[in-house]
Ligand binder design. Structure first.
Ligand code: KIV
Ligand code: NA
Length: 277
């Protein structure tokens, strides 16, 4: 399987094939995605919570994002890798947005970048696109501005707010974005956006009526324990598997069961006697 280009992803939309997308932050997880045949990986600024234990994404820096993108790129040569622009890497000006977006390509060889916002961010999307970089828009629940949204809450649940989400979607496409991610809105709203837009529309917590799905890997594998959003399906529970393995290890060490002979090197025959003489 070769790495999909942006045109391969467009062709999947054309054929009605769902695009699979998952976050990853490190080399081993990225290699599992590659092996699993994942189409796309997002190196999300959710790494602030999932890897560093911050209580949100706001503290995440460009340097952190770049380092994690580099590791993921090495682990997943056959996936379309998306770098996520952290808070304050693109809000201040078009120029800063272009320079920071460019770092993801120059330093980490990603295939696209993602940034949050609709109508309010169109000039950034245009500027980065004009620099020759694939931009993926992100609307609905936008965690970097969750302070303004009153927390991590579903968006577009009333006719009035659903219209705002639709306006954001149209603005993102108009500005030149190559794909759109919609987060935490009711499926009816996503379905309508999907009908109206030409670019692929991806969902995280925004229902099935679109061109593909994204989840956060730490949620999918049961690694992130602080809270679980409604839209998360846990496909396994690695926290339990790992914690149990660690408990067993502690138990065996304390009870002198580990390491037994199976885990020890053997001295060359006859050398022990000479050594002890
Ligand atoms: O950082 C991230 O993982 C994201 C998803 C929550 C959409 O942006
Ligand atoms: Na993000």
């Amino acid at each position: 399987k070769k790495k999909p280009s942006i045109f391969d992803l467009y062709q999947m939309k054309e054929k009605g094939e769902q695009i699979t997308w998952l976050t990853s932050y490190d080399y081993p997880t990225a290699s599992f995605c590659d092996e699993a045949g994942m189409d796309m990986i997002l190196v999300g600024d959710s790494l602030g919570m999932c890897v560093y234990g911050y209580n949100g994404t706001v503290p995440v820096t460009m340097d952190q994002c770049i380092v994690h993108c580099e590791a993921v790129r090495r682990g997943a040569p056959h996936c379309f890798v998306v770098g996520d622009m952290p808070f304050l890497s693109y809000q201040a000006s078009d120029e800063q947005a272009v320079l920071n977006a460019g770092r993801f390509l120059k330093e980490a060889d990603v295939d696209a970048i993602k940034l949050e916002g609709g109508v309010r961010i169109t000039s950034r999307i245009r500027a980065i696109t004009d620099a020759g970089i694939n931009v993926i828009g992100h609307i609905g629940l936008t965690p970097q501005s969750s302070g303004q949204l009153g927390g991590h809450k579903a968006q577009g649940r009333t006719a009035e707010t659903a219209k705002l989400v639709l306006e954001d979607a149209l603005a993102v496409q108009e500005a030149g974005a190559k794909m759109l991610l919609v987060e935490a809105v009711p499926p009816e709203v996503t379905k309508y956006i999907h009908q109206k837009l030409d670019i692929p529309v991806l969902s995280i917590g925004a229902g099935p009526h679109c061109d593909g799905q994204l989840l956060i890997v730490s949620d999918l594998i049961g690694q992130f324990q602080a809270f679980t959003p409604k839209f998360v399906k846990k496909y396994c529970n690695v926290a339990e598997v790992i914690t149990n393995a660690m408990k067993e290890y502690c138990d065996e060490v304390r009870n002198h069961k580990f390491p037994n002979d199976d885990y020890c090197y053997k001295m060359v025959k006859g050398e022990e006697e000479k050594f002890l003489k």
